[in-house]
Design a protein around this ligand. Structure first.
Ligand SMILES: Cc1ncc(COP(=O)(O)O)c(C=O)c1O
Length: 414
């Protein structure tokens, strides 16, 4: 009898997977009495529940039946049509691109990684960047280089230097991944000039750009709306085929629908579609039928008009409380939209100690290292104000402010 113990034959790449810090912190977020700035999620009380109820109630029986069935891999045809029109309203044309519906935008990012990145290939990201994408890229055994950002977006000089250094070392850079609008976690929006510099960069190095844009609609001031124009729209004709644009219903309908989409160059589309076929055959048809009616029957714009002031209100309360309770040495960029404020403590201060203090006092947020491909950034942290009740925001920020003052006075005395 063979006496060696059974072990599971895990694939090598599985060792690169680790649980997201945010998911781990969620155990605090759901405890009664906890104030959570941790989850980057829409507000539970702001979902279009009544609209969706009405939509489903009024659907013809035949459409309800379709919604329970499998659908085409590329998406429910009426939704593809209505989404194309929606994208066209943002200046995206479909002469060189096709639209593929995905199961959340995370699946679109997965498809792009799968299509382009062999193990050991390099992906350039911002630092900080969206934790879900970083985890996903790591699962493909990609080399990640996080490029610093300033208040206008990714730093172009640092991007050029990193590109030069890593390609000289023989690394194969497969694509650049950025989040230009109301960045998660940095809270900022790219200036037009920075967007143009990105286009120059991908032109010079013949690089693919993955433009991830789930927060596009969540601007707070109509004057800022033009700033949200997708880079794909701005790109001259000859550069468009280097850009893949990813959108999501998670912030404009609800993440529970698990619906996103990708605008893919035609030469890439069939491969992306076949890959998706092997992943899940099709995205949830029930979600797609409802999302289609939501757009087609004109529910989106009034819904956005209802939620933008709610998120703006939470942003305003957050910033007022930061001004009141945080020492002036704490730096941040004022968000013009979206869900997040990204903060930086003075050099030498440890955000982990602030989090420890906050947790002891029933408040939770996420440390900067979670968003750094190299897991450094000890002085930074993210506050997501989107799913906190307005009356709790000030209480939570007062407690974090106490933690910061304690940590700063200790580091001065050390
Ligand atoms: C920048 C960014 N990209 C993608 C996603 C994933 O969204 P989805 O729910 O569409 O998969 C998120 C979710 O928070 C995000 O912040």
């Amino acid at each position: 009898m063979n006496s060696t113990k059974f072990t599971y034959p895990f694939a090598h790449s599985i060792h690169f997977l680790h649980s997201s810090d945010i998911r781990d912190l969620m155990k605090y977020a759901i405890r009664p009495g906890f104030i959570s700035f941790a989850g980057g999620m829409p507000n539970n009380h702001l979902f279009p529940v009544d609209e969706v109820e009405k939509i489903y109630h009024h659907l013809p029986r035949s459409e309800k039946e379709v919604s329970f069935q499998y659908g085409p891999t590329k998406g429910y045809p009426p939704l593809i049509d209505v989404l194309k029109k929606y994208m066209q309203s943002k200046g995206i044309d479909f002469t060189q691109h096709e639209l593929l519906i995905t199961t959340g935008s995370l699946q679109a990012i997965y498809i792009v990684s799968h299509l382009f990145a062999d193990p050991g290939d390099t992906i350039l990201t911002e630092n900080p960047s969206f934790i879900g994408s970083l985890t996903l890229f790591k699962s493909f055994k990609s080399h990640l280089h996080g490029i610093p950002m300033d208040s206008n977006g990714i730093c172009i000089d640092a991007l050029k230097k990193t590109y030069k250094r890593v390609t000289r070392q023989g690394e194969k850079v497969k694509f650049l991944y950025i989040i230009p609008n109301f960045h998660n976690p940095a809270g900022l929006i790219y200036s037009r000039e920075r967007r143009r510099s990105i286009l120059d960069f991908i032109r010079e190095h013949k690089l693919v750009l993955l433009e991830d844009d789930p927060y596009n609609e969540l601007w707070f001031d109509p004057a800022d709306r033009p700033l949200t124009e997708p880079i794909l729209s701005m790109a001259p004709k000859e550069l468009k085929r280097q850009i893949i644009y990813v959108g999501s219903f998670s912030k404009i309908l609800g993440p529970g629908f698990r619906l996103g989409w990708m605008v893919v160059p035609k030469e890439v589309f069939t491969k992306a579609e076949i890959l998706k076929q092997s992943l899940d055959a099709c995205s949830p048809n029930l979600s797609q039928v409802i999302a289609n009616a939501f757009l087609r029957e004109g529910y989106l714009e009034p819904y956005l008009e209802r939620i933008r002031p709610e998120y703006r209100l939470r942003r305003d309360i957050t910033l007022r409380a930061i001004e009141k309770y945080f020492p002036p040495e704490v730096k941040y960029v004022r968000p013009k939209g979206g869900f997040y404020v990204w903060l930086e403590l003075p050099r030498g201060a440890d955000a982990q100690k602030v989090l420890d203090y906050a947790l002891e006092n029933n408040v939770v947020f996420v440390l900067g290292k979670s968003f750094d491909p190299a897991r450094r950034s000890p002085t930074r942290f993210r506050l997501a104000y989107s799913n906190v009740d307005p009356q709790n925001i000030e209480v939570g920020i007062r407690i974090i402010g106490e933690g910061i003052r304690k940590v700063l006075s200790r580091s001065k005395n050390d």
